[in-house]
Design a protein around this ligand. Structure first.
Ligand SMILES: CC(C)(COP(=O)(O)OP(=O)(O)OC[C@H]1O[C@@H](n2cnc3c(N)ncnc32)[C@H](O)[C@@H]1OP(=O)(O)O)[C@@H](O)C(=O)NCCC(=O)NCCS
Length: 164
């Protein structure tokens, strides 16, 4: 499996089992990419082949009030810069083979690379439902206060556990 930047790959047969994410992949992904609202990385079996998985990543300003007190007490009161993993999905035919994990670790590396040049306090993830949130908590992400579907991991924590 190869992970490469999205470049008009075929998305027509993509089916992760979640209607909103399927619609995003089929109808909106290209538009988000063209308008530079998100950068997409896609998993393919051969270069430029049909996508078997993808994630979308953007910049985000996070309101510090949503952070646990132990973290926000050392931060300014205004929003802080973060990366946002808005969507991550794996085609049903490829689920259960650690592709979701590989894509998530790729996103961690992307954040670490970006953080060398742009202030990035944390990675924020929007889980599509409780089941998806459970997937992310396996990897050390913790829910933000008052929103169990939005989770985070500090860039500092990623740095301690990974090399970009
Ligand atoms: C959630 C999703 C990305 C996981 O991808 P995947 O390739 O099937 O998962 P992986 O094979 O990488 O799983 C890695 C580990 O996480 C576990 N896992 C997978 N999905 C899980 C879930 N929903 N909750 C808890 N654990 C989960 C696996 O059992 C595996 O554990 P193991 O290492 O002990 O074997 C995929 O099922 C998917 O696209 N689902 C639909 C869309 C979605 O929910 N996206 C997520 C957020 S928007």
């Amino acid at each position: 499996m190869i992970i490469e930047p999205y470049a008009s790959h075929d998305r027509s047969a993509f089916d992760c089992g979640h209607p909103d994410l399927n619609t995003y992949a089929a109808r909106h992904l290209g538009q988000y990419e063209r308008n530079r609202l998100a950068k997409h990385w896609v998993a393919v079996e051969q270069p430029n082949g049909p996508i078997t998985g993808f994630y979308a990543i953007s910049q985000h300003a996070l309101d510090t009030q949503s952070l646990p007190h132990r973290i926000r007490k050392r931060l300014p009161r205004h929003p802080v810069p973060c990366s946002l993993l808005g969507r991550l999905a794996v085609d049903r035919r490829h689920q259960g083979r650690h592709l979701g994990e590989i894509l998530l670790f790729h996103a961690f590396s992307t954040v670490l690379r970006a953080s060398r040049e742009i202030g990035t306090f944390a990675l924020i993830v929007d889980a599509v439902d409780d089941n998806a949130a459970n997937f992310y908590t396996r990897y050390g992400l913790v829910p933000l206060e008052h929103n169990p579907l939005r989770l985070m991991i500090l860039t500092q924590t990623l740095l301690q556990h990974m090399t970009a």
